[in-house]
Design a protein around this ligand. Structure first.
Ligand code: SAM
Length: 227
């Protein structure tokens, strides 16, 4: 049984995909996909020994060592040409780390793979990397689970360059269109965070008016998007 977050990530993995799940920890996502015969080949990448041994014991317990290949590696270094990976999932990390993994592993990307990314924070950084590297975002989800709000971004290399506006990069090209209730909730709480920062700054001895004005402008932008 997967979390709603990982279930939503897994929904984007097409049947028959040759998957690489990078930063897999317990390997719950690839195990679920393999057990349900959605994939019959998966690379399970982990940079840390503890999580890798968790992955190995879970995969062994499920009798899936012939299907899932756990590897100790930093980011996309887990992927070998023979794997012929055509789907990569990177979930449960910050957007900066996901971007770093993609950037450092660019030589491992054939350009044919679907990227399914679930940053916990810093989604705009991920979208900017995708745009800069010629990817097109073709699906986005936002969901709430256990009090946390998560976004999932799916992308593929585009035939020609795709440009996203600053608002699309910040809020998500699909999410800003859909404006779901979870999306509104997320950005309402982002407004709340910014208002608290401003009131703290206004109480400070050396008040930074330029910074305060910049945050007020952000609040105005968010309000315009969600109302
Ligand atoms: N992907 C799972 C999920 O979404 O539930 C596990 C997320 S867990 C919070 C993040 C995992 O990423 C950790 O096990 C960590 O060791 C691993 N990790 C961090 N940096 C990594 C890197 N450069 N390469 C591979 N794995 C990495």
């Amino acid at each position: 049984h997967l979390s709603k977050r990982l279930q939503t990530v897994s929904d984007h993995v097409e049947p028959g995909s040759r998957l690489a799940d990078i930063g897999s920890d317990h390997a719950y996502l690839p195990i679920y996909l393999a057990k349900n015969h959605i994939i019959d080949y998966g690379v399970v990448g982990e940079v840390a020994k503890g999580p890798l041994s968790n992955a190995i014991s879970e995969i062994t317990k499920e009798n899936l060592l012939g299907v899932l290949h756990p590897r100790l590696a930093d980011g996309l270094a887990a992927i070998e040409p023979d794997d012929q990976v055509d789907a990569i999932t990177i979930a449960g990390m910050g957007g900066n780390l996901i971007t770093h993994i993609l950037e450092a592993g660019r030589n491992k990307l054939s350009g044919n793979e679907k990227l399914i990314l679930q940053p916990n924070v810093g989604e705009p950084v991920v979208r900017k990397w995708l745009m800069k590297n010629g990817y097109q975002i073709f699906a986005e989800q936002i969901l709430k689970e256990d009090g946390h709000i998560y976004e999932i971004i799916t992308a593929k290399k585009a035939a020609s360059a795709v440009t996203y506006s600053p608002l699309e990069l910040e809020f998500g090209p699909f999410l800003i269109q859909q404006r779901s209730s979870v999306f509104i909730e997320k950005w309402q709480s982002e407004i709340g965070l910014r208002k608290r920062v401003i009131s703290d700054m206004q109480r400070a001895t050396h008040k930074d008016d330029v910074k305060i004005a910049a945050i007020q402008a952000e609040i105005k932008t968010i309000e315009e998007v969600i109302t």
